[in-house]
Design a protein around this ligand. Structure first.
Ligand code: WT7
Length: 572
């Protein structure tokens, strides 16, 4: 590979010498930075909030929040009190105890963060749900996790099939004029009255912290369980990768419904005592630049689709804003095009640093560091303390420049603990010799840089969101007109991929654009807007194996005009 690397930028970084650190680093040394290394009992919310509220960061701004109607800031002391209050409300009116699943389904607002950390303080397992989820998606998650408590808003309550969720005992509503009954509780009213003192639940490091549901190529979304121990890696990567320092103002654009929005929207910045900007509302390029200018954002973490959309909005609006506060920009979720990196360099004067990880891995694994040369298009190198390799389908490590499975040696601190209710699924991620298999294909060059090539499975990454084709297909065939459906990711210059569905209609239905739109809306209303196919193509028949499985590989070949490969298992 002949890639011209962007040279490292001189500066005083938290990770100054990657190679040396990689050689000598031991995770045990990071534990010493936490109080629990002595007591043995831990709570991430204590380390992220209370510890700072009791020390010199007491009056430091922890949270800058803004959306169309609110503009607020909270110090670490404020957050300690408000999360204590939220914990008291959840305990008193919802009976929340250690290990209970508490789901939070609401748009970004300060209360979302109070509730989330309040629940963590009680030792509960939190399940944050993206606000765009519709009934089917909400139900799958609450059902599988047997959530006992839900925090939501009156507007979103329609999408919660309360009658069908026997485990769900209490619903806290965040809003005005809430009518209470034995199941429905007014969250804000009780938050105002609650005590600021809370008896924190001290848990074991391997006790559950958070459940993030994510998609694979088969089956329903699965609950990835993370534990308090993950904080070791959240904290350390906040230093090495985000390069956070005392005076930084940090902004992560991800919603806490996705793992980036919790690991790096909540835990990493607050574990390091950093001022964290959280912005609600929809994506508007101009507003994003305003956010950077208004808060003087220094470290900014976003995603390729967002950068491409900003790029598409033109450089003129950038010139209207003062973005000189920015000193470090990062990206995650999909391949970061070299073109976008060059654009970032031009308009922000910053190299955009790609980072690679997954819901299952809980935290950064392969990254570009400020003190390192960047090869545009490469995901970078494994963080110290993590061993990454390219392995073949038997788990043998391959030499440089050979494509294969991107794999990580089991045992990094933020590794998922299990798949909820599905230990066999968890086990299936690992080769017997201890490699975690990511599902991505990649290669490593002779300098140890990793290069993403694609997914090994049929998982679709659209606008940085991970969508399982099976889930969309299942929803499609619930529509009365749909006999068969196959769903693939179709390459798209802005969104990375878009969802394309091939549909065979039931007898008696006519192909029409209206029907396409109706089917699209059906998926959108049943799952979520980002899961709805942007393109639908009708076909008389779909390619299937003899055992009846839709052959997405063949659909992809149709779409891209490629040879379809081995068709020996296809039915006649
Ligand atoms: C999949 C995981 C946790 C971050 C948000 C996504 C893709 C992630 C990169 C990157 C190319 C990337 C992979 C991975 N992905 N980061 N830097 N370059 N692809 O988490 O929803 O669990 O998806 O996102 O395919 O397997 P996720």
């Amino acid at each position: 590979m002949n890639v011209v690397a962007l040279p490292a930028v001189k500066g005083d970084y938290n990770l100054t010498n990657y190679d040396e650190t990689y050689k000598h680093f031991d995770w045990k040394d990071v534990e010493k930075e936490f109080t629990w290394s002595e007591t043995g009992k831990v709570n991430l919310a204590y380390e992220a909030i209370d510890r700072h509220a009791e020390g010199f960061r007491k009056n430091k701004v922890a949270l800058y929040y803004s959306d169309d109607s609110r503009d607020e800031k909270y110090t670490f002391k404020d957050l300690k009190e408000l999360t204590n209050k939220a914990g008291n409300v959840l305990k008193e009116y919802g009976g929340v105890e250690k290990g209970d699943r508490v789901f939070i389904f609401m748009p970004r607002s300060p209360e979302l963060y109070f509730a989330l950390l309040g629940a963590v303080k009680l030792g509960a397992v939190v399940g944050p749900l993206f606000e765009a989820f519709m009934e089917g998606a909400v139900r799958d998650r609450l059902e599988d996790s047997e959530a006992k408590v839900l925090v939501t808003t009156p507007a979103l309550l329609d999408r919660v099939p309360v009658d069908k969720l026997p485990a769900l005992k209490t619903i806290f509503l965040v809003g005005r004029d809430i009518k209470e009954d034995e199941k429905q509780i007014d969250f804000l009213k009780h938050l105002a009255d609650a005590s600021k003192q809370l008896e924190l639940e001290w848990v074991d490091r391997m006790d559950g912290l958070i459940l993030h549901y994510t998609s694979g190529s088969t089956g329903k979304p699965k609950g990835v369980l993370h534990v308090h121990n993950a904080m070791i890696q959240h904290y350390q990567t906040a230093k090495w990768v985000l390069d956070l320092k005392e005076e930084d103002v940090y902004w992560c654009t991800a919603d806490p419904g996705w793992v980036t929005g919790t690991s790096y929207g909540i835990f990493a910045p607050w574990l390091t005592g950093t001022s964290n900007v959280i912005v609600g509302g929809r994506f508007k390029p101009e507003d994003w630049y305003k956010t950077i200018e208004k808060f003087g954002v220094t470290v900014w973490y976003s995603a390729p689709t967002a950068f491409r959309m900003l790029m598409g909005a033109g450089d003129e609006i950038i010139k209207k804003h003062d973005l000189t506060s920015l000193r470090h920009v990062l990206s995650v979720g999909e391949p970061l095009n070299p073109e976008v990196i060059r654009w970032g360099k031009k308009v922000f004067g910053q190299r955009i640093h790609d980072t690679w990880w997954m819901t299952e891995t809980g935290a950064h694994l392969i990254c570009n560091y400020p003190s390192m040369n960047i090869k545009p298009g490469s995901m970078g190198k494994p963080i110290p303390g993590v061993e990454a390799a390219i392995v073949d389908d038997q788990g043998n490590v391959l030499p440089p420049n050979r494509m294969g499975n991107l794999a990580i040696k089991k045992g990094w601190p933020s590794m998922m603990q299990t798949i909820w209710n599905n230990e066999p699924k968890y086990q299936s991620y690992f080769f017997p010799n201890g490699w975690y298999v990511s599902g991505d294909s990649a290669y490593m060059d002779e300098d140890g840089y990793f290069w993403f090539q694609g997914r090994v499975d049929d998982v679709i990454m659209t606008s940085g969101e991970r969508v399982g084709p099976f889930e969309v297909e299942s929803k499609l065939i619930e529509h009365p007109a749909v006999a068969e459906a196959g769903v693939i990711g179709k390459p798209d210059p802005v969104r990375g991929e878009i969802i394309k569905a091939f549909v065979a209609l039931m007898d008696g239905y006519e192909e029409s654009d209206e029907l396409k739109e109706e089917i699209r809306q059906f998926v959108k209303n049943g799952l979520a807007a980002h899961s709805a196919p942007r393109e639908i193509e009708f076909r008389d028949k779909l390619p299937k194996t003899r055992s009846g499985k839709i052959m997405r590989r063949v659909l992809k070949a149709w779409e891209l005009d490629l040879p379809a490969g081995d068709l020996s298992t296809m039915e006649d």
